[in-house]
Design a protein around this ligand. Sequence first.
Ligand code: SAH
Ligand code: SF4
Length: 381
Amino acid sequence: MTETKIDLLELNTPELRDLLASWHEPSYRAAQIQKWIYQDLVEDFGAMSNLPRSLRAKLNVNTCLGSLAPILERDSPNAFARKILFRLADGQTLETVLMLYADAPDSPELEEGNDAAHEFKRRTVCVSTQVGCPIGCPFCATGQAGFVRNLSAGEIVEQVLYFARERKRNGYAEMPLTNIVIMGMGEPLMKFDITWKAVEALTDPARFGLGARRITVSTSGLIPGIQRMASTRPQINLAVSLHAPDDELRDHLVPINRRYPLRNLMSACREYVEATHRRITFEYALMDGINDRPEQARAVAQLLKGLLAHVNLIPLNPTADSPYQRTPYARVKAFERILRDAGIATTLRVEKGIEIAAGCGQLRQQVGHDWSRANSLPTAA
Ligand code: SAH
Ligand code: SF4
């Protein structure tokens, strides 16, 4: 790919039609091209057999189908998770994870222990939206690495297409991706329009066509983004990273709390539920001695009382440079019990791919930033 090529993954339908119109091509070609890209998952223009040869040649010279180069892959020993580190056109790196679960695609989160089944009914890709992250949560590898840049809509969409294409290539066409979580590196609601352009490509029936309810976005609590989600279509699932039941602690753990304190965040969440009648998932990463005391569990229950909500407890995935440690399992269960006894729907997240450093910016942190010389895929672990 040369820098002057237009990446077709960056274009929505009107933009693709405009490009074709400027080449004096009929607009129905846009639908044909989109079907090839997003449904047939072809990787080059030569395969687009219902397009005239001249158009295929023109597309080949002037456009491309993405810009991500996979440079490192890691499979978890149990093969339930697979992580790819991609190099972007400007040399930056980002990571994307595929997670396989035994439970149904519509279940909120897997409960501990369900992995025994051999059939993976839920096949989820976790995509990144930024290189690094400006929010700077001190327990998060991505936050510790600082912020580099936003991803484009095409770079977000391509992370999904990569795994969709790979599954097709490897004979899993009958078991396509079922879910997308926008929970990788970065804060997805910071550049709302970019994230939404990607969401539209992924949900549009003429393109990737995944049901909106199969897509979840996680935010550190950007109120303007939550407000836009309340009134924007398609209506995808919302997850909010809570991590603390009071401002003093949350100011520290999720620093955007200083701008959008809990009181305001909770009102925005209540308004969101009123407008959409949709349940919000609150993520809570349990950190030993920091946010895992019984009274903190009761405070979380108090905060969420009466709200259509679900708590997802995540035992912390400790990162290299952070002082935070994971809460021991017995206390995780005690925290869970307090929430459940208070009538709050609560699940424990199974930690996919911890052993492949799949959590939250960790692979990128582990291997460092100098990927300029890495041009082939080293052997998977
Ligand atoms: N930036 C967004 C989405 C990406 S992070 C957000 O913060 O919501 C996805 C989830 O993983 C968030 O709930 C985040 O707080 C959590 N997380 C980050 N680092 C973690 C770690 N080391 N262990 C466990 N969860 C972590
Ligand atoms: Fe950014 Fe989310 Fe990590 Fe916080 S937890 S630094 S918001 S990616």
